[in-house]
Design a protein around this ligand. Structure first.
Ligand code: GLP
Length: 269
């Protein structure tokens, strides 16, 4: 894992957005795995700004989102489709037919078939080039709650009360927060060629430390990222505050040969 610690969420987000933009520039038909939540918001603002002022072109890009609530129509303001429309899709030149979000609004018995179709669509698109992730305070990724199979595929999951409460701020009452979601599985996420995990604030410090330095366990789903060959963990000082080897991670980054660094533009670009 490459651990990159920035003074604040703003600079971390700018750097991570730069990495995603590089992927799109190098491969105009890139397949991006996208995430929702408060964490990636600033990164999306940067991508939009790069589209508007730097001509970053999304016309050939395909996207797959991690997850969606079961039972919410795409027009529901708390649905992840709505979130993506508001924060990215409507603000760049992406072709809507290439944007994919797990179906949470099909009738109950239609969900498993929709999950299988989602997996097939990812495969048919050639797999995900770069997957953006946030992390839950309990170490979940997507909506793969603790105890999720580390080999899981896209499927329906039941949320923990911890996650329902954490996400209640997007709903008008706790009763409205869905209990079920559809999420890419951990096995699905691990097939992405590159993973960019963002975490900001003290509330994520425990989860980050367990992900990076704890044992690999289904109890902390993000810990499986230790087994992925290309993971960039982009965090602020607060989220890094419980890492035991923080000084080492900073030294690795500081002394990295410049040609191996993706967070600073190459000479002449
Ligand atoms: C939800 C999402 C995750 C996200 C997590 C953290 O559970 N399904 O993808 O990483 O929330 O959200 P936030 O970034 O708002 O802290």
């Amino acid at each position: 894992m490459e651990i990159l610690v920035y003074p604040d969420a703003r600079t971390a987000s700018a750097s991570a957005a730069g990495r995603m933009a590089d992927v799109v520039r190098q491969k105009p038909c890139a397949v991006l795995g996208l995430a929702t939540g408060s964490t990636p918001l600033t990164l999306y603002h940067h991508l939009v700004a790069m589209h508007r002022t730097g001509g970053l072109d999304f016309s050939g890009v395909t996207t797959f989102n991690l997850d969606e609530y079961v039972g919410l129509a795409p027009e529901h303001p708390a649905s992840y489709r709505y979130f993506m429309e508001e924060n990215l899709f409507s603000l760049v030149n992406i072709d809507r037919s290439r944007t994919h979000i797990p179906r949470g609004d099909c009738p109950g018995d239609g969900v498993p078939a929709a999950c299988e179709a989602y997996e097939r669509e990812i495969r048919e698109a050639g797999g995900i080039d770069i997957q953006l992730l946030g992390i839950g305070g309990d170490g979940h990724i997507g909506f793969n709650e603790p105890s999720s199979s580390l080999a899981s595929r896209t499927r329906i999951k039941t949320l923990t009360e911890h996650t329902r409460q954490a996400n209640a701020r997007f709903f008008s009452s706790m009763d409205e927060v869905p209990r079920h979601v559809v999420t890419m599985g951990i096995g699905t996420i691990l097939e992405a060629r590159e993973i960019l995990l963002l975490a900001f604030g003290e509330g994520k410090a425990d989860a980050v430390a367990r992900m990076v330095e704890g044992p690999v366990t289904a109890n902390v789903p993000a810990s499986i990222l230790q087994m992925h060959p290309v993971v960039k963990v982009v965090i602020d000082e607060a989220a890094a505050s419980k890492l035991e080897r923080l000084a080492y991670y900073k030294a690795v980054h500081q002394h990295k040969p410049v040609w191996q660094r993706w967070d600073i533009p190459p000479m002449g670009s």
